[in-house]
Design a protein around this ligand. Structure first.
Ligand code: ADP
Ligand code: MG
Length: 341
């Protein structure tokens, strides 16, 4: 029988993208400057993320994969001024319920020793073993969804497309994470550990884009640098407690020069961020594409756009996987954006 824990976990970890997202965000939260993501069989057999971050402190070994355990929130007030990606303590616990999950972790003072932690499906620590390791954490997810057979079959059927989606998401994390060396590898059949893409730990997002999409991409790009205001709605004013600067929007990034007439199709090269957090913003994507179309531009544009705005202007809590971001004033914001584009 399926447990309540498994069903809830399936709402936090909905697909391959959620696995990669949760693990990479944990690495970024741990202050990593190198992150390597490894797939086996496009992720069906293994998704593993290795970082050189702080490592997990031994007093937390018992807790890290328990439901709602997080080391990242110290008071309720913190929720509104969150600087970390994670704060719910649901990812590791969900991965234990849905796959074979283990971590190998070491803090600086433990090296060259590290600890391998294995967990029960409930998230309870099953055992620890001392192994050789470097500073940081490697989290390994084997056989994702093997305990939810319908979803597993669905994933197997669509693995090519799902793997493509996860690469696009990883492109976004690699491009936005200045100062982080990112690499992604995949093993399929006899082609072992092939580097799919990597970045060099660059200081700028522009250099990251060159690493990921090729240096030639840069010649087609122009900077996106907008500062605008939009009409905030009433609930937002309430939430921010009066007259704040919450209707200010800064949009920073890079977009492709409009190419008129025949152009190369470049789909899947549109990355959106809210306060540097990669996320899908379909309405905003639509607005950009409409502006390009209105100039009679045939190619679909390259877009790398970070929307910097008051944390009261949106809600990341609408879905457990935190991927959907709800903009309270999407309409006003898009009008203003279109006008300034
Ligand atoms: P959250 O990120 O919301 O805190 P998670 O379930 O993703 O919840 O992780 C639980 C805890 O495990 C984190 O709060 C953190 O203490 C620890 N942790 C997970 N991944 C890492 C990592 N890569 N490096 C260091 N600590 C980690
Ligand atoms: Mg997390």
């Amino acid at each position: 029988a399926r447990s309540v824990h498994q069903i809830q976990s399936g709402q936090v970890i909905v697909d391959l993208c959620s696995v990669a997202k949760e693990l990479v965000e944990n690495s970024l939260d741990a202050g990593a400057t190198t992150i390597e993501v490894r797939f086996k069989n496009n992720g069906l057999d293994l998704i593993e993320v290795q970082d050189n971050g702080t490592g997990i402190s031994p007093e937390n070994y018992e807790n890290v994969a328990l439901k709602h355990y997080t080391s990242k929130l110290s008071s309720f007030d913190d929720l509104s001024s969150l600087h970390t990606f994670g704060f719910r303590g649901e990812a590791l616990s969900s991965l234990c319920a849905l796959a074979e999950f283990h971590v190998i972790t070491a803090q600086a003072n433990q090296v060259p020793r590290a600890n391998r932690l294995d967990f029960e499906t409930s998230g309870k620590l099953r055992r620890t073993q001392i192994v050789a390791g470097q500073k940081g954490t490697t989290a390994s997810v084997e056989g994702i969804f093997k305990r939810l057979p319908v979803r597993r079959r669905e994933l197997e059927k669509n693995i090519k497309r799902e793997y493509g989606k996860v690469l696009n998401l990883l492109h976004a994390y690699a491009c936005i994470s200045a100062g982080v060396k990112f690499s992604v590898r995949n093993t399929v059949g006899k082609t072992k550990n092939v580097v799919v893409f990597s970045t060099n730990g660059n200081r700028t997002t522009k250099e990251n884009i060159a690493n990921v999409y090729g240096a030639k991409t840069l010649t087609a790009l122009i900077p996106l640098d907008l500062e605008l205001e939009f009409e905030p709605s009433a609930p937002m004013r309430r939430a921010s407690g009066g007259d704040t600067q919450s209707n200010q929007l800064v949009v920073k990034g890079h977009i492709s020069r409009p190419v008129f007439g025949e152009g190369r199709q470049t789909p899947d090269r549109q990355m959106f961020f809210v306060n540097s957090r990669p996320c899908g913003l379909p309405q905003i994507a639509k607005a950009f594409n409409e502006v390009y179309k209105s100039f009679n531009v045939s190619q679909s544009p390259f877009i790398f756009a970070d929307f910097q705005m008051d944390t009261n202007a949106y809600d990341v809590n609408v879905s457990p996987d935190k991927r959907t971001i709800l903009l309270h004033d999407a309409g006003a914001l898009i009008e203003s954006l279109k006008a300034s584009l």
